[in-house]
Design a protein around this ligand. Structure first.
Ligand code: 13P
Ligand code: SF4
Length: 296
């Protein structure tokens, strides 16, 4: 089947099923092209929960589909590739976190949204890459906090997890590129190593990177996050130049989902992700606490 036919068949089925197609910023270009919404993981789930759609098709990694299920328990969440996990989210398990809580009794647990639902359910509050500092500041009575799973997002008691994709970016990559592109601003995702983050002109989540590049007066940018984001950056800013900070910035898991996978899962209404209520309710409480924190 041609790509054009695949795309039109998917769009037709989406209407028939009263479904909405969500694509994370790191998805393949052709998936982002036909999505109803493209964005960061939590933003997509929040936006989808406000729609009338009965079905959410989430193209991303597994914890993102779980977040959609947590926020939209009455909608059916379809996740076209059940094998698309996030290695960083998989670095922490619920049991591991329970053990850590026993080692540090009474410390609040702040968990990055890149985590499984049952890990969120064991946490006091969630955070995103954009609001981690405000969330920690909001815990006024706590002198120390436990942060999971990303050690790079945290300078507190950190779970030793990391994103293998962002970890591949090293300072030499930036320094080399900066020599060739001296006018370019370097924009990094906070999942990068601290020594890479130190070189950045701006550190932001994927949506933050998008907004920064769109609003900035600069005309050239070195992008320190997964290459999928380049599609929307280039499409919406044709007069600006974007250079990927390293060819190694590809998340294989984010690239698993193909148009064929989306079509098959929608036809068969299979690969449903449903977070059970005993996990969903405490996980949602941790997300709600985060959403109640005022932005800096
Ligand atoms: P964002 O929440 O910034 O989109 O990041 C998701 C992710 O997987 C980063 O690697
Ligand atoms: Fe997980 Fe990193 Fe891939 Fe994001 S880029 S989905 S954090 S492995």
């Amino acid at each position: 089947m041609t790509m054009r036919k695949l795309k039109s068949d998917i769009r037709k089925l989406l209407v028939e099923r009263n479904a909405i197609l969500l694509a994370h910023n790191y998805q393949r270009d052709e998936i982002q092209e036909i999505a109803d919404l493209t964005g960061d993981s939590l933003g997509l789930s929040i936006e989808a929960s406000k729609t009338e759609a009965k079905v959410i098709v989430f193209c991303g990694v597994h914890f993102m589909a779980e977040s959609a299920s947590i926020l939209s328990p009455d909608k059916t969440v379809i996740f076209p590739r059940m094998d698309a996990g996030c290695p960083m989210a998989d670095m922490i398990t619920r049991d591991g976190l329970v053990k850590m809580k026993e080692e540090y009794p009474g410390l609040p647990v702040v968990t990055y949204v890149n985590s499984a639902a049952d890990v969120k359910a064991e946490s006091d509050i969630c955070c995103t890459s954009a609001n981690a500092v405000s969330v920690v500041k909001s815990l006024k009575d706590a002198k120390r906090v436990i942060m999971t799973p990303d050690r790079n997002l945290s300078h507190f008691i950190a779970w030793d997890g990391f994103c293998p994709t962002h970890e591949r970016l090293v300072p030499e990559d930036i320094l080399k590129l900066k020599e060739r592109r001296p006018d370019a601003l370097f924009v990094a995702h906070p999942e990068c190593r601290p020594e890479v983050v130190d070189l950045a002109d701006k550190v932001a989540s994927t949506s933050g990177i998008y907004v920064f590049c769109k609003e900035s007066k600069a005309r050239e940018f070195i992008i320190g996050t997964e290459m999928g984001i380049l599609w929307r950056l280039k499409k919406d800013n044709p007069e600006k130049k974007f250079y990927l900070a390293s060819k190694k910035l590809i998340c294989p898991n984010m690239k698993l989902t193909t148009l064929e996978d989306v079509l098959v899962s929608l036809e068969k209404m299979e690969n449903v992700v449903k977070v059970p209520e005993d996990i969903r309710i405490p996980a949602k409480a941790a997300l709600d606490r985060m959403l109640a924190v005022p932005r800096d």
